[in-house]
Design a protein around this ligand. Sequence first.
Ligand code: SAH
Length: 393
Amino acid sequence: MPEAHQILISKRGARRLRAGHVWIYQSDIEDLSDASSGEVVKVVTQHKSGGSNSLGMAFYSADSQISLRLITRSDIELDKDFFKSRIQDALQFRSRLNISDSAYRVVYSEADRLPGLIIDRYGDVVVLQTQCAGSERLKSTWIDIVSELLKPRAIIEKNSTPARRLEGLEELSGVLTGSLDGPFEIIQGGLRMMVDPLAGQKTGAYLDQRENHRAAAAFACGHCLDTFCYQGGFGLSFARAGAENVTLVDQSEQALEVAKENARLNDLAIETHHANAFDFLKEQQIAGATYQVVVLDPPAFAKNRKAIQRAARGYKEINLRAMRLLEKGGVLITSSCSYHMSSEHFEAILLEAARDTGRTLQIIQRRGQSRDHPELLGVPESAYLKCYILRVL
Ligand code: SAH
C-alpha cells in the first residue's frame, strides 16, 4: 500500500479535533498535498519546532464543506482488517442491546467511527448508505465485510439521498449482491411489518423511532391519532396495546397502503387518512374531535440553520393543534428530527403552544433516537432526534 497523503490543517482545526470533534471544514485546510477525493489521508498540524504532528487518519472529500472526517486518532495504515474490526465492534454492541426486532442499525456513521457509512439490517437483507466520498470509495470493502459477517441474502445500496450531492456523489440505489424482488416481511416492535428498502423512505423504515414506538405504546388507550405515520410504526403499536380506535394520517399514499397491509398481517384494526397533517389537524378541531393520544412525527422541517424560523412556525402549529385535540389527561408524543432544532428551542416551542392553547402539560419523558443510533460524545451532529412524551393536565 502506498503511503497515505498528508493533509495539513490549521491550528484552529487541530484544536477542534483535540476537543473531540471528528470533522474538519474546508476553511481549516492549509495544504492538501496531492490527495484525491475519497482517499484515506493522514491529518497533520504544524508543530512549534516547524515539524508536524499527526492527528490521525481521515476520509478526504474534495467537494464537501466537510473536507475531513477522522476515522482514527492513531497514525496507522487502514486496511480491510481494520474496518472489519470496527464493524465487528459495532455488531457486538448491537447484540448486547438484545434487540428482539429483526431490523436495526448495525453501523451509525461517525458514532461508530465509520464516518459516512450506514449499515442497516432488515432480517437477512442489508442496506448500505455511503454518505461521503471516502465511504463511497470503499464500497466493495463494505460489501466483502458485510458478506463475511452477516451472510445476507441481498445487499442493497440506498443512496438516493440529496445530501450526497454535497459530496459530489450522484443519487442512486439498487441491488449490490444477491437478489431482492420487492417488499418482504420483518419484525419491528414485535409486529410483522412489510419493508421495501428500494421503494420506501430512508433505508426502508424509521429505525431511529423503534424504541419510541414501544415507549409510546405504554400510553395507548381510547382514540389514538398517529400523524405523519409512514407505515404505522406508532399507530399499530397502539392498536396492539389495546387502543379502542387508531387513526393514521400521512400524505404518502404508498406509505398508507403498506400501513394497511401491516394492520392486516397483524390482525389489527386501523383507519387511515390520506391527507396533509396540517389540514387534517385543523379539520378535526373544527369537527370537535378529541383524542386520548396524539403522535406528531413530521419530517425534518429545518434542513439547515437558515430554515429554523420557518421550521419553528411549523412545529408550533402542529403542536398547538394537537394540544387542542387532546382530552384532559391525554398524551402527546411529539418529535423533531431536525438536528438544527435544539431540545431547548423545541421545548420553548412546546411551551408557547401550550400557553396559546391555555393548557398545562407535564413532560413524562424526554427521549431520543434508539440506542442502535448512539451519539458520539463530542459530535453533537450525531444526535438529531427528539421525542417528547407529554401529558395534558
Ligand atoms: N412516524 C413514522 C415515521 C414518520 S416519517 C414512524 O415512526 O415510522 C415522516 C412521514 O411524514 C413520512 O411518511 C411522510 O410521508 C409524511 N409527511 C411529510 N409531510 C407530511 C404532511 N404535510 N402531512 C402528512 N404527512 C406528511
